[in-house]
Ligand binder design. Structure first.
Ligand code: MF3
Ligand code: CO
Ligand code: CO
Length: 258
């Protein structure tokens, strides 16, 4: 099946920007609460209230197959959990690497962003992994402009994190976003410079590298959602929604902290 890549109008991008900023502000709001002792469900409840209070809808709530829809308003994934962790009774502990991913629907438009939070004293490898992941996203965004190729993005991420001794998750990729939650094109976080589809002005997509300290392979837990590293080692992720312009990218999920 070939899905169409939407080229968004200025008006649509204005609306996606408003939704994206709300998603970023949601992560800002939760930042001071990401501390030892709090449960991931308590964090999720605050996130839910914040989004709803801003006249938006949490896109993850009820998302997915009818027989096992995602049950919460955020994905919260700890340590070896890569993505799609389900909030629950688990309490954050000193040393945890916590990934929180929020997607908002505001006025019908989607914004999608994630960050990794360091809880208390994180081991050296965890800190380096988190830094390398954030750097790889920033390097990837520098590649985005009209006429560049999707492989330029993947290559920027892969070459940076592999030089740091880390690996790129292949199983999950970035995606077009804005009018729907997951649109074409797929945006891999690995690949060769000059390869892949051409990037065009008006495209809006996420870049969301998931970087592992050990092997790149992941496994899905019995809950049907939580992806964990196959070797039990740490994983980090940052995600931005970006809009392609003639000479670069506008980061739509920017906020005062990101
Ligand atoms: N926000 C995730 C992404 O970046 C998708 C989460 S889908 C869910 O694409 F169902 F797990 F919530
Ligand atoms: Co995404
Ligand atoms: Co996301």
């Amino acid at each position: 099946m070939t899905r169409l890549v939407y080229i968004k109008t200025k008006n649509q991008i204005d609306k996606i920007r408003l939704s994206s900023r709300l998603a970023a502000q949601t992560l800002d709001m939760i930042t001071p609460h990401v501390k030892p002792g709090i449960t991931t469900l308590a964090l999720d409840k605050m996130i839910h209230k914040f989004i709803v209070d801003h006249n938006a809808i949490p896109a993850t709530l009820g998302y997915g197959p009818k027989r096992s829809p995602f049950p919460n308003s955020s994905c919260i994934s700890i340590n070896d959990e890569v993505v799609h962790g389900i909030p629950g009774s688990r309490k954050l502990q000193d040393g945890d690497l916590v990934k929180i991913d929020v997607t908002t629907i505001l006025d019908g438009f989607y914004g999608d962003t994630a960050r990794t939070y360091l809880v208390g004293d994180v081991c050296d490898e965890g800190v380096r992994l988190c830094e390398a992941t954030k750097e790889s996203l920033d390097l990837a965004i520098k590649e985005v402009k009209n006429g560049a190729r999707l492989g330029d993005i993947g290559h920027a991420i892969q070459s940076h994190v592999e030089a740091c001794g880390f690996s790129v998750v292949r199983y999950f990729v970035g995606h077009g976003v804005g009018i729907e939650f997951h649109e074409a094109p797929n945006v891999p976080h690995f690949g060769d410079k000059g390869s892949g589809k051409r990037i065009k002005t008006g495209m809006v997509f996420t870049i969301e590298p998931m970087i592992n300290a050990g092997v790149h392979e992941v496994e899905i837990l019995d809950d049907g959602w939580t992806a964990v590293t196959a070797d039990g080692k740490l994983s980090a992720q940052f995600e931005h929604t970006v809009a392609v312009t003639d000479d670069g990218a506008e980061i739509l999920t920017l906020s005062k902290y990101s």
